[in-house]
Design a binder for this molecule. Structure first.
Ligand code: ADP
Ligand code: MG
Length: 721
């Protein structure tokens, strides 16, 4: 045992070895102060620390001589700083350092980084990584803001006599991992700490492995200790490009372990359901369905209904996601599904994200369910107290078999006699809705979540993986494609002509301006009012009505009603109409300032047209020079009507973090894996996990893990869905 080993052991307490649960302050090189900084970032244990993977790897075994550098080609060089200077150009500080090795010298230019003069001092040895460019002024090559690392900054390992040598062997002369600066710790300190850490892990570290030998074989991965050492301390046998593309054997183990453990937890939720109310598919329900059906169902609608009916009759709680692009006909599926509990004397609820949409669903359901004599009750926030009392009573006694409302239906004073099915429409608008809240409304309530948010299929696995999924992948028959064009503001006369053409054929038109309902300010309201006025002027003799979130509820409802009844021909609206509104006679959607909308929103908005027998059109109006990204979004919309294609594009343009917002970001959820880069691995892990869950012995420790708080803490899914 070396002296440093015994020192580490002393700090750990008598004879304890490093284990995954060991607190970070017991790791060599991490004192109380660094431990506190790490803890503040949620890095509390040795396991947490080891899960921080390098951002990239650099081959420092054969450093390039400075003289051999070529413009535009990334390389790593090492040399001593021989001169430094600090200049200013247009008030911007520019720090320059000249670095020399045996072959020659090169200038390094750092823009706006004056503080570097405190560390990059003459005489110090540095490693530089970057691609040189021709220097605009001095001729010759220069490195612009290269990654730099000082080798001899006196921060040598204090526990070792031969610290300087060991240091050099960690940071040089091999393929080195490069970490991100985090918790105030420089990349170099991360490297030193993790290299020492993996080299000192006991043979038995992480045993018993959650991925036992048979699972490792199925997944084709190496053991944990071997993987950790391969990612944090790669050897000559590890291929640089495999390391940098996260495909080394170490990476594959870390990623597949993470995805597999994640997927096992989802399998536990999905395949181990609690008992649910038994709702049989009865003749009575079929009779009712026949009486109400306004049109023959598409094959996709039939298939999805079968899936739902099977769940309802299964005796286990349903948790199902119905994904269907805008206009794919989710509403009729919801209605027919509700008839199953209704025919059995039980209740069903439909939850909409906005009052406007709840109103609209109420009208549609009342109309469609009338022939079957099914009463539909709308519970709304604008009811007078007497009215509300009566409504609550009807819900409590079961006199109201079908109830529609917003999330206000979850309030504690809403008590159902026998709620069997709750359907949540356009789920993405709820943000973090807790399906659990629904469960409080009755024992074994079945939940169906309907969404048009086009989530790329592979990503859907990671975010809705605990739900069963049904997909409406077919549009109702006779739909004509929506012709989408990009127009500039300057083409206003042409835009007005298009509106007149649609109106002339007896159709209706939406004009949308980019204001988000929740943040509507007075200035925004003025914008809607002005736009409404402008369109009235452009279209003499046409009824143009404004709709925005600041209108009193009654007026909002009245504006919508007037459009539904075709009294209003042009509806000028904010995005309150984004979801669910269904007026088949509307055939033109004009989106003003389209550069301010995201892809998903544009797709949702466009989906308000193309719902009837008439050819529809969408005009995306922008200023003369939209940004590159805005242009890419608009081009995508013009090119395609397929929600999944657009979702992939969106993901490509924005990356997964932005795509899902912070909490739901794939990056936040996973440490080693990246749901976009590693999609195939995610799918493989999920398939294996499902199989495993069906066949593994009941007392397997992984089963316990899948249902444990530890799983929830690691994957934090409690907040998603
Ligand atoms: P979404 O999936 O966006 O909620 P809706 O349920 O509002 O779509 O349906 C869009 C339109 O398509 C509605 O006007 C609806 O009546 C109509 N529709 C739905 N299914 C069919 C079908 N099988 N045949 C004909 N029209 C249908
Ligand atoms: Mg809908």
């Amino acid at each position: 045992m070396t002296s440093s080993d015994s020192a580490a052991n002393k700090r750990l307490g008598s004879g304890n070895e490093l284990r995954p649960e060991t607190a970070v302050q017991f790791v060599k090189g991490i004192g109380p102060e660094r431990a506190r900084a790490l803890q503040a970032e949620g890095i509390e244990t040795v396991r947490d620390l080891l899960l921080i993977l390098p951002r990239r790897y650099e081959d420092r075994s054969n450093l390039a001589p400075i003289r051999s550098l070529k413009p535009g080609v990334r390389n790593t060089v090492c040399g001593r700083i021989v001169a430094v200077s600090l200049k200013r150009a247009r008030r911007m500080p520019i720090f320059e350092a000249v670095v020399e090795d045996a072959s020659g010298r090169i200038k390094c230019v750092f823009f706006g980084q004056a503080y570097l003069r405190d560390s990059l001092k003459v005489g110090r040895r540095v490693v530089l990584y970057g691609a040189p460019e021709w220097d605009r002024f001095g001729g010759g090559l220069a490195l612009h803001s290269p990654d730099s690392e000082i080798l001899d900054d006196g921060e040598a390992d204090p526990d070792r006599v031969d610290g300087a040598l060991i240091e050099a062997a960690i940071h040089m002369g091999r393929v080195v991992p490069v970490y991100e600066k985090r918790a105030g710790l420089l990349p170099k300190i991360w490297r030193r700490t993790l290299t020492h850490l993996v080299r000192s892990l006991p043979e038995s570290f992480g045993e018993p492995d959650l991925l036992a030998a048979d699972l490792r074989e199925d997944l084709g991965v190496v053991g944990l200790r071997q993987a950790l050492s391969a990612v944090h301390d790669p050897g000559p046998e590890d291929d640089l490009s495999a390391l940098n593309s996260a495909r080394s054997r170490g990476h594959l183990r870390m990623i597949l372990e993470e995805f597999f453990l994640f997927a096992v937890g989802l399998a536990a939720k999905r395949l181990d359901r609690r008992p649910g109310v038994v709702v049989p598919s009865s003749d009575a329900a079929r009779e009712m369905a026949k009486r109400v059906l306004p049109f023959p169902l598409t094959a996709a609608q039939k298939r999805v209904l079968k899936e739902i009916a099977a769940d309802l009759g299964s005796g286990r709680e349903m948790s199902r996601l119905l994904q269907g692009d805008v206009g794919s006909g989710k509403t009729i599926v919801a209605i027919l599904a509700m008839l199953l509990p209704v025919a059995a004397g039980k209740q069903a609820a439909l939850v909409a994200p906005t009052e406007v949409l709840a109103d609209q669903h109420f009208l549609t359901l009342t109309r469609i369910l009338a022939p079957a004599g099914v009463r539909v009750l709308r519970l709304s926030g604008r009811m007078k107290s007497k009215e509300r009392k009566e409504a609550l009573a009807a819900i409590a006694t079961g006199e109201a078999p079908v109830v529609i409302g917003t999330h206000a239906l979850f309030e504690p004073d809403v008590v159902f006699r026998s709620l069997a099915l709750a359907i949540i429409d356009e789920q993405h608008r709820f943000g973090v809705i807790q399906r659990e809240e629904l469960r409080l409304k009755g024992e074994g309530v079945h939940a169906l979540v309907m969404t048009a948010t086009p989530i790329p299929r592979t990503l859907a696995l990671s975010f809705h993986g605990d739900l069963d999924t049904s997909v409406l992948d077919e549009k109702p028959p006779g739909r004509l494609p929506i012709r989408t064009s990009h127009r500039f503001d300057s083409q206003r006369p042409r835009i007005v002509e298009a509106v007149k053409r649609h109106l002339g054929e007896g159709r209706q038109v939406y004009v949308v301006c980019p204001l988000v309902e929740e943040s509507e300010k007075l200035a925004d309201v003025r914008a809607v009012t002005e736009l409404t006025q402008a369109w009235s002027d452009w279209l003499p003799g046409t009824k143009v009505t404004a709709l925005h979130g600041r209108l009193p509820r009654d007026e909002k409802g009245a504006a919508m009603d007037s459009f539904v009844r075709a009294e209003t021909q042009v509806l000028v609206s904010t995005t309150v109409i984004e979801v669910g509104v269904d007026v088949p006679n509307a055939t033109l959607m004009v989106i003003e300032q389209a550069e301010r909308f995201g892809i998903a929103q544009l797709h949702q908005l466009r989906g308000r047209v193309g719902r009837g027998r008439h050819a529809s059109e969408c005009l995306l109006v922008t200023r003369a020079y939209p940004s590159d990204e805005a242009k890419q979004r608009i081009d995508a919309l013009v090119a395609s009507e397929d929600g999944f294609f657009l979702a992939e594009k969106d993901l490509e343009i924005r990356g997964p973090g932005e795509f899902f917002g912070t909490r739901q970001s794939g990056r936040g959820l996973f440490q080693a894996g990246d749901p976009v880069r590693d999609r195939e691995l995610l799918i493989r892990a999920r398939d294996l996990a499902d199989n495993w869950w069906r066949t593994a012995v009941p007392e397997h420790p992984l089963r316990r893990y899948a249902r444990s708080d530890q799983w929830t803490r690691r994957f934090g899914l409690s907040q998603v869905g």
